[in-house]
Write a new protein. Structure first.
Length: 924
RNA sequence: GCGGAUGUGGUGAAAUUGGUAGACACGCUAGACUUAGGAUCUAGUGCCGUGAGGUGUGUGGGUUCGAGUCCCUCCAUCCGCACCA
């Protein structure tokens, strides 16, 4: 009987299922290993061949660790809240939960076919109330905490209230956005609403009027990482800035720790760098400038306090709160007009408009705190309200934008750099000696910065500070299909629902659209539709997509705990994720938010580790090959690729199932869509229609999606698993191409023949293994172990192939050898190996109860070696010599060879390098 | 502009500490078997050259007995960030 993968795979999948082979529990006697995949959003399109790449890799490593004796946690679940199901609900009226469940079912079927060793008893779904109960609970903890900058950790808000009662907020060092300074006495006079308003400015999750990314098309706000080039990440709709009352997460409080702790993670430099970039730390100094005829000073942040004597003007962001108050009468209209124009610009406009210089003089002045000079105040949209203080001291001689601005508006440019010409451009490098700068004269940049900060602090004009680009993350969405907040309002004061009333379940609504008044869909729910209702109303927003995914790796440890989000005992045992595999696109979203939540939960002692993912591998994207047909403009005629020259044609994506080797199946194409049924074609001379091709991301809309299903049908899951690993290094992106899959399939068939005869009966024998057989086996063990330990999954497949080629040549049917080999191969081809393991006579259960073979060096000891003999570093011939020879003996031996004499060609070698066991190099 | 990554046959790729470049596979060529083949087997296959041989890891340089690997320069592609004060 030939290798019948369909029968075998079905058999073992059901065996594993009915025996619960992959169920795991905490076992203190074993070392744990936690392998995690980024869980998928179950989309309607199902899995394509790109998804399993990471899943196969993690499955191989999970099975390997299991065979090595680790207690392996390898779970899977679904990130099941999300926009597509909701969009579909809006169109059809079907509840998103129904769509979601259907999609999950399809995903599960596809995952099952691939033979993964997930413990499905641990499955989680972020949209299930059992799960989001705890997402809501974590929200409550964040709400109930603030960040103490002295202890550098999150503390309970009750401690802060006690502090306020004791001595007001003057000496409180906590991350906040509170501008009010109050004493304990003043605090005691505040009413409940005022107190809560102040507390909101300290809580780790807070409600605030802030500038948010509003996406009118999606009808919701978006976090910064969800906006790409001024458009929404999902759907690519325009995004604008809008001031709205929204929930935000005070991730800023953790900026320094999120930055510092990156150093200890085994992640790629690229991802770490992206996070560093996103956090954007800059060290500098805040300086306050008194405004002429105005009570409050303007604060600026600068990284170059050394250039303070080069300040020629001041620029405020158009949104800066002082603008209108300080603007002179004469400038008022122009300023208003400028503000209006700026507010209309989307973030994208502002970005694409970098070259145009614009601004408006307010007519007001600040007083230079050191020189006493009067300095004009401008507004300009190159200054961002959300970074630093929303105001800059402009130093045109040292900053190119300030320089350009000054030139454009004809403002004086002071040169404070000695012997440096600034007539053409600013001197932006951090070097040079200062002049015309009072006490800084003659100093270089670094000491000048230090001295400037010192003097500014001494005079109470400024203070050394650190700024982060990282902004607090907007946490509410005006959407239906997300976690409801455990929040209600009483007299407009937000309050959290008590624990025993959690979860707040999603109420039924009559439509998934916003209300007439523009309120989120949840505002449609009747009071009775809520499973719990308090106060005047419940919160109408829902949580963003990243809420559920920020802590899911913890829930897998204890998925059905009804009293805690995870028990301390279990999280202590499983600890952080040892190996996390997923796409690099989550660099500044999920991977940052998860770290933030983990640190918070650590601060509150709910878990005992402060980073979620120790080792991260970013699998590359598998790209699709799209095919194109070319339609003649304004017609229903399609021109073959070879004939489009000089014609006005438009490329149109065509379903890749209608194309083979770039040749279009014309009949199929006509049937594909009704408007093509009477299309006409301009063909190649041989009568074929040739399509164009391009490598692109796989997507439904490009008709280039390859599902694993067909391939599993044709070759089996084991072949697909091996093939996806064989394609190349896991981190690398590559176009999908099934060309090579037959090679991998043939390998399995060839391997099968080592174990069974044509009738499918085992042909293994119990003889003593030969020296050669042992050598092949142990060489293979060594290589596979080393490769798996460095996550080099592609090279293992070649190693298996080499081993099978050698065993075949050796006519090896040895039981000990081939059984050991099965264990090596099993992580890659589990069904195949289980079957042969059973056929070999191992009746007792699964191969995965076995233990991984141990490499024994003694089988690899050689007594001779094919020495490459090179001349001037170029290999010329090889000679087999004993490894027992030392340097001198080797050299003598080589010198006496006929071939050596030939290549020497009568010359005397200058030098002979002899590396025993490696090489001989003769220098002429 | 800044930062990160990657450049090796017709293709996917290998080469862990500097030591035989192209393992393993696909494809291709020739042959065997076959009614036929998109099945199987055998041999060949970096490029130039009939050959001896030459040449070859994006470019140019350097270190070294020896460089795909280390250092410098430039180029190309991909990804991220970008008026960040």
């Amino acid at each position: 009987m030939e290798y019948n993968f369909r029968e075998i795979e079905a058999k073992w999948i059901s065996f594993w299922k009915s025996n619960k082979s992959y169920k795991v529990s905490e076992d203190p006697s074993k070392k744990k290993y936690y392998v995690l995949d980024m869980f998928p959003y179950p989309s309607g399109a199902g899995l394509h061949v790109g998804h399993p790449l990471g899943y196969i890799a993690s499955d191989v490593l999970a099975r390997y660790k299991k065979l090595e004796g680790f207690n392996v946690l390898h779970p899977m679940g679904y990130d099941s809240f999300g926009l597509p199901a909701e969009q579909y609900a809006i169109q059809t009226g079907q509840h998103p939960a129904i769509t979601t469940n259907k999609n999950i079912e399809r995903y599960r079927n596809q995952l099952d076919q691939l033979g993964f060793c997930y413990d499905w008893d641990r499955e989680i779904r972020t949209s299930s109330p059992d799960y989001y109960k705890w997402t809501q609970w974590i929200f409550k903890q964040l709400f109930d905490c603030y960040y103490d900058e002295k202890l550098n950790k999150a503390l309970r808000i009750s401690a802060l209230i006690a502090e306020f009662e004791r001595s007001g907020n003057q000496d409180v060092q906590a991350t906040n956005h509170c501008e009010l300074v109050f004493s304990s006495q003043e605090w005691s006079t505040f009413d409940t609403a005022k107190k809560e308003a102040v507390l909101q400015q300290y809580r780790l999750v807070y409600l605030a009027d802030s500038w948010v990314n509003w996406c009118p098309e999606l009808g919701t706000v978006l976090a910064n990482d969800e906006v790409v080039n001024g458009k929404s990440e999902r759907g690519s709709h325009p995004v604008m800035q809008k001031k709205m009352r929204q929930w935000s997460m005070r991730i800023k409080a953790y900026a320094e720790r999120l930055l510092k702790d990156l150093d200890h993670l085994d992640w790629t430099d690229s991802i770490k760098e992206q996070q560093r970039n996103w956090i954007g730390k800059s060290v500098g100094c805040s300086v306050s400038f008194e405004v002429e005829n105005y009570s409050a000073p303007i604060e600026v942040f600068t990284t170059r306090p050394d250039t303070i004597f080069g300040v020629s003007f001041m620029v405020l962001a158009p949104e800066h709160p002082f603008v209108l108050e300080i603007t002179t009468k004469e400038n008022r209209d122009a300023v208003l007009a400028y503000q209006k124009a700026a507010s209309k610009k989307t973030e994208r406009d502002r970005q694409s408009d970098v070259k145009t210089i614009s601004g408006q003089n307010t007519g007001a002045f600040v007083i230079h705190p050191l020189s006493g000079e009067k300095i004009q105040i401008w507004i300009a949209d190159y200054v961002l309200a959300s970074y630093g203080t929303g105001a800059v001291m402009a130093v045109p001689c040292g900053d190119q934008r300030d320089f350009d601005f000054a030139k454009h508006f004809d403002i004086e440019i002071k040169n404070i750099f000695d012997h440096i010409d600034i007539s053409e451009q600013a001197h932006t490098e951090k070097n040079g000696t200062l002049k015309d700068s009072d006490f800084l004269n003659g100093l270089e940049v670094a000491p000048a910065i230090k001295k400037a900060i010192g003097v500014l602090e001494e005079k109470s004009i400024g203070q050394g500070t650190t700024n982060y680009r990282l902004r607090d993350a907007v946490f509410s969405r005006q959407r239906y299909w997300g976690e409801p907040f455990p929040v209600y309002y009483k007299e407009n004061i937000p309050k959290t629902v008590s624990d025993e009333n959690l979860p707040i379940e999603l109420p039924e609504v009559d439509s998934y659209l916003p209300t007439q008044q523009g309120e989120p869909p949840l505002a449609r729910a009747e009071k009775e539709s809520w499973n719990h209702f308090s106060g005047d109303r419940m919160e109408y927003n829902t949580m963003p997509g990243w809420a559920g995914s920020s802590w899911y790796f913890l829930r897998y440890m204890d998925p059905s705990n009804e009293t805690e989000f995870v028990s301390k005992e279990k999280s202590d045992y499983w600890n952080k994720v040892d190996l996390y595999i997923g796409g690099a696109e989550h660099a500044t979203g999920h991977l940052l938010y998860s770290r933030f939540w983990t640190k918070f939960l650590y601060d509150q002692d709910y878990i005992s580790f402060d980073e979620p993912f120790q080792k991260l591998i970013n699998q590359g994207m598998i790209l699709g090959k799209s095919s194109f047909v070319y339609r003649l403009a304004d017609s229903n005629t399609f021109v073959s690729k070879g004939k489009i020259q000089g014609k006005d044609t438009q490329p149109i994506h065509v379903d890749i199932s209608l194309v083979e080797n770039n040749k279009l199946n014309i009949e199929g194409f006509k049937k594909w869509r009704s408007d093509y049924s009477n299309a006409s074609f301009l063909l190649e001379d041989n009568g074929d229609y040739l399509c164009g091709a391009e490598v692109e991301k796989m997507s439904k809309s490009k008709f280039n999606v390859q599902t694993p299903d067909d391939l599993i049908q044709k070759y089996g899951a084991d072949t697909l698993r091996l093939y996806e690993m064989f394609l190349g290094p896991i981190e690398q992106s590559k176009p999908w191409d099934t060309k090579g899959i037959s090679g991998v399939h043939n390998f399995l068939r060839k391997c099968w023949r080592l174990y069974c005869n044509a009738e499918g009966v085992s042909i293994l024998n119990g003889n003593d293994p030969t020296k050669d057989e042992l050598k092949t086996l142990h060489k293979t063990i060594k290589r596979i172990r080393e490769d798996l330990d460095r996550y080099s999954l592609n090279t293992c497949v070649s190693t298996f192939m080499i081993a099978v080629n050698e065993f075949t040549e050796q006519k090896c049917n040895n039981r000990d050898i081939l059984e050991a080999f099965l264990i090596l191969l099993a992580p890659y081809a589990p069904h195949f190996c289980e079957e042969l393991w059973m056929k070999a006579g191992q009746k007792e259960g699964s191969l995965f109860e076995a233990s991984y073979p141990i490499y024994d060096e003694k089988h690899l000891v050689e007594d001779s070696f094919d020495y490459p003999i090179s001349f001037n570093g170029k290999m010329r011939f090889k000679v087999n010599l004993s490894l027992s020879l030392d340097r001198q003996a080797l050299q003598k031996e080589v010198e006496s060879l006929e071939q050596t004499k030939k290549w020497l060609d009568g010359k005397t070698p200058k030098k002979i390098i002899v590396v025993p066991g490696k090489i001989v190099n003769i220098v002429l």
